[in-house]
Design a protein around this ligand. Structure first.
Ligand code: NAD
Ligand code: UDP
Ligand code: UDP
Length: 311
């Protein structure tokens, strides 16, 4: 049994991670400032003897004791991370330093949640971990992309300077129950629009691609990476099956049996045209690969949104 700190533990991915760690027998300290996290994601854990909730913003120093740290604190939806871009940068830089300082003092292994966005609008496809990326440092996504790139550099430099045990995961688009219905990401938008009978908003012509990983697969990969004793990373963790946004819309309409129409809206600036992970490194070195096809994952996700929306 270990004491494990999960920053961003009340968010979409963090709350699933808290569940898995508690099931395994660990003690979990969840730190969250509730910017995009929701109490309902962790409601069922309140009062559990292995669970502790601390409302705290990692931009400010935090002192507590733990054996391992999963650093997930950071808004992930483009709408949320652009709402207060400077705050997003602070979370990935000042916040990252604080969490690394804590890890250093506790001699705790730390896994940092990085992102496929470090590859920007990629010119290499599918993306491998040795690709350096194609990021606009001044564009509307830069607060997130560049923040996450600095965070990776900080992790690597704490590892080199202080022999800190670091694990870097580059997460590709992940979906599933507990994604905030209002967070503006494509799967939550399409499903809530389909269930309400509203038009599905396709940004641009819908030919841009993403690869969608179901949350259970992602969390399994994240924990495998944390618990391996050899490899720092970075590791791409995601599902390598690529879909255009038009294909995704069709799948959502089929699963919800909705008659919603499609409505084209302007493509946001710097929106990556294609994204797909090469996961050979995770397959070979961690023995991990995703198991849940999009059609299967959409079923439980749609069921969750039906309950949330009461439809
Ligand atoms: P989310 O927005 O649901 O969760 C983020 C959590 O961090 C929220 O609970 C939020 O309140 C908390 N938070 C934000 N800033 C904080 C701060 N300064 N101090 C303390 N808590 C703070 O997003 P998610 O999808 O669960 O993403 C979790 C992590 O995974 C993020 O770091 C994100 O960048 C990364 N990631 C997610 C995806 C994805 O597809 N879901 C893809 C790539 C990377
Ligand atoms: N820090 C923290 N909790 C701890 C230890 C450190 O929040 O348990 C913060 C503290 O604000 C510090 C930062 O992490 O400034 C970086 O710590 P480090 O030891 O790397 O640097 P230093 O204290 O030497 O600046
Ligand atoms: N998108 C869309 N309609 C929406 C929301 C998003 O067509 O209502 C597109 C968006 O332009 C992007 C893709 O879906 O190309 C994925 O967007 P999301 O915000 O989920 O994540 P990203 O991968 O861009 O960070």
């Amino acid at each position: 049994m270990s004491a494990i700190l999960v920053t961003g533990g009340a968010g979409f991915l963090g709350s699933h991670l808290c569940d898995r760690l508690i099931e395994r027998g660990d003690d979990v300290i969840c730190v969250d400032n509730f910017f995009t996290g929701r109490k309902q994601n962790i409601q069922h854990l309140i009062g559990h003897p292995q669970f502790e909730l601390v409302r705290h913003d990692i931009v400010h120093p935090l002192y507590l004791e733990c054996d391992q740290i999963y650093n997930l604190a950071c808004p992930a939806s483009p709408v949320a991370y652009q709402y207060n871009a400077i705050k997003t940068i602070k979370t990935s830089t000042v916040g990252m330093v604080n969490v690394l300082g804590l890890a250093k003092r506790c001699r705790a292994r730390i896994l940092h949640a990085s992102t496929s966005e470090v590859y920007g609008d990629p010119e290499v496809h599918p993306q491998t971990e040795d690709y350096w990326g194609h990021v606009n440092p001044l564009g509307p996504r830069s607060c997130y992309d560049e923040g996450k790139r600095v965070a990776e550099s900080l992790c690597m430099n704490y590892h080199l300077a202080h022999d800190l045990e670091v694990r870097l995961i580059r997460i590709f688009n992940t979906y599933g129950p507990r994604m905030d219905p209002n967070d503006g990401r494509v799967i939550s938008n399409f499903i809530t629009q389909a269930l309400r009978g509203e038009p599905l908003t396709i940004y641009g012509d819908g030919s841009q691609t993403r690869s969608f990983c179901y949350v259970d697969d992602l969390i399994a990969g994240m924990m495998k990476l944390m618990d391996n004793d050899e490899h720092t990373g970075p590791f791409n963790i995601g599902n390598p099956v690529e879909n255009s946004m038009l294909e995704l819309a069709e799948k959502v309409l089929a699963e919800t049996q909705s008659k919603s129409e499609l409505k084209n809206l302007e493509l946001p600036a710097d929106d990556p045209k294609q994204r797909c992970p090469n996961i050979e490194k995770a397959r070979t070195l961690l023995g991990w690969e995703p198991k849940v096809p999009l059609e299967t994952g959409l079923k439980s996700t749609v069921a969750y949104y039906r309950e949330q929306l009461g439809v």
